[in-house]
Design a protein around this ligand. Structure first.
Ligand SMILES: Nc1ncnc2c1ncn2[C@@H]1O[C@H](COP(=O)(O)OP(=O)(O)OP(=O)(O)O)[C@@H](O)[C@H]1O
Length: 307
């Protein structure tokens, strides 16, 4: 669906994207991550045809985005969490009807899609409300419907859950999962919210300073660069010595001890229960947020560039 080879783009001589190459297959959801100023938006703008790169080959669904813009945009949808495609003063329904004309969506298709999205995104209560009066979560839901009215094959999502509460985030993620699974829409997701990535994307690409540093499985990234799993143990009574061979004791205070371990939890749990009577045991999984932060801060991937 997306093919990018040796993409370069500079602004006033300063590289924003350098020699970036990747492919995204039809039906994939890929998380595109990177700190501020890393080059994510520049890549997306090239892929949507808004920017012409300095060099490199880009093909999206067989089209060169900036050369065949009209045909290209007919096949893609985009949602930017920070801004809306809806007309500010118009009721949502009228914005959607205007977009129907812009994208020349046949009436029957429009009616069918509007009904589907109204049900899935629960747009009903605010279809007649102007965009300016919507809550952020309602606006995002209306924007998602607007982006998908013309049945695009590809969806660019830029910070789709920014500023939303947990419930609203989950609703958006559920919808994205649905259109991916039921309609086969390919999704490129740019976000600083790793919850979005964990819930939606198995594959992630990480860019920093314009260079693609990682392209692969999220679990593999976690296994390789994540911190260890933790075992939190509440003993019946404080053990005299909480140290155990093969387990790193991270903290010991009163009856509670915290250990680091890798691999399956069965053996470490057997070890602690053999040490002293145990009231409760919890396994804490390593935090993906912390892994990515470690990668950005520590340059962990610096020698591991994707070429
Ligand atoms: N129109 C522009 N003119 C000049 N410099 C630009 C322009 N657009 C982006 N840049 C620069 O290119 C680099 C990459 O920016 P880009 O917006 O692609 O990063 P990003 O990863 O999307 O960041 P963020 O997460 O903050 O949106 C930055 O140094 C930015 O300042």
């Amino acid at each position: 669906m997306i093919e990018v080879q040796h993409l370069n783009k500079s602004f006033k001589g300063k590289p924003a994207v350098q020699d970036v190459s990747f492919c995204v297959g039809a039906g994939e959801i890929v998380g595109y991550l990177g700190p501020n100023g890393a080059g994510k938006s520049t890549t997306i703008k090239v892929l949507t045809g808004l920017l012409v790169p300095d060099s490199g080959l880009v093909s999206v669904g067989g089209l060169v985005p900036w050369r065949e813009r009209r045909r290209h945009v007919a096949r893609l949808g985009a949602v930017f969490g920070q801004r809306t495609t809806l007309w500010w003063d118009l009721p949502v329904r009228e914005s959607l009807e205007l977009l129907q004309h812009v994208y020349r969506v046949p009436r029957a298709k429009f009616t069918q899609n509007l009904k589907t999205f109204t049900d899935l995104l629960e747009l009903g209560p605010f279809l007649n409300t102007p965009a300016r009066s919507l809550s952020l979560g309602q606006r995002m839901r209306a924007d998602l419907a607007a982006a998908l009215l013309h049945d695009p094959e590809l969806l660019f999502l830029d910070e789709p859950t920014v500023g939303l509460d947990v419930v609203a985030k989950e609703r958006i993620r559920e919808f994205v999962r649905h259109i991916n699974q039921q309609r086969g829409v390919t999704v490129l997701l740019t976000t600083h919210d790793l919850g979005d990535v964990e819930r939606l994307a198995r594959r992630v690409m990480i860019i920093d300073s314009g260079t693609l540093l990682y392209d692969g499985d999220l679990p593999a990234l976690q296994a390789r660069y994540g911190s260890a799993r933790e075992l939190v143990v509440d003993f019946e009574a404080a053990p005299v010595n909480a140290h155990l061979p093969g387990l790193e004791l991270l903290e010991h205070s009163g009856p509670r001890a915290r250990y680091a371990f890798t691999g399956p939890a069965a053996k470490p749990i057997a070890c602690v229960t053999a040490l002293a009577p145990v009231r409760d045991v919890t396994v804490r999984e390593p935090d993906i947020e912390a892994t990515i932060r470690r990668i950005y801060e520590g340059g962990l991937l610096a020698d591991n560039r994707v070429t």
